[in-house]
Design a protein around this ligand. Structure first.
Ligand code: SF4
Ligand code: SF4
Length: 150
């Protein structure tokens, strides 16, 4: 399986999301034959002709749209300025105020790298927690050590 086939399979649910043609398309292939970027292809089987579009190759030049004799290419979708959600990650919350701090997976990575797991704290409460930890550390030590470098 080559890279192009893998990419096609991975995006199967999004096939032709940007490059959309309406029911007027009769498969004349004018768009495929006149695409300067080879971003369109047609594959014929005994039963079907399948048109495919490759967004990574497409220059959004609009040539296919202008040349299509059927006015079948809905070029407006190619010009959409939208965001595609690529991943959803669970958050870890500040142990003091409950604000989101970072993701569970990021925390795991951090713990593996540092070999330890600290309380999650937001930037607002990080100093507060550090001060409390320092006070706890110094508690019971000689007065000479308090306030000095640790
Ligand atoms: S030029 Fe238009 S009608 Fe012809 S194959 Fe392309 S989209 Fe379909
Ligand atoms: S917009 Fe241009 S590069 Fe993209 S498929 Fe159409 S003709 Fe090809």
């Amino acid at each position: 399986m080559n890279q192009e086939e893998i990419t096609t399979e991975q995006t199967e649910s999004n096939v032709m999301r940007y490059f959309q043609v309406n029911d007027q398309c009769n498969g004349c292939l004018a768009c495929v034959q006149n695409c300067p970027a080879n971003a369109l292809r047609a594959e014929d089987s005994t039963a079907n002709r399948v048109l495919s579009h490759n967004m990574a190759r497409c220059a959004r030049c609009g040539n296919c749209y202008r040349i299509c004799p059927q006015k079948a290419i809905e070029f407006q979708f190619m010009l959409e300025n939208g965001w595609d959600e690529v991943k959803t990650l669970e958050m870890v919350y500040c142990s003091v105020c409950g604000d989101p701090v970072y993701t569970v997976d990021y925390r795991r990575t951090l713990s593996e790298k540092l070999g330890t797991q600290s309380e999650p704290t937001c930037s607002k409460h990080r100093d507060e927690v550090t001060r409390a930890a320092k006070a706890h550390f110094l508690k019971g030590r000689s007065p000479n050590m308090r306030g000095g470098a640790i």
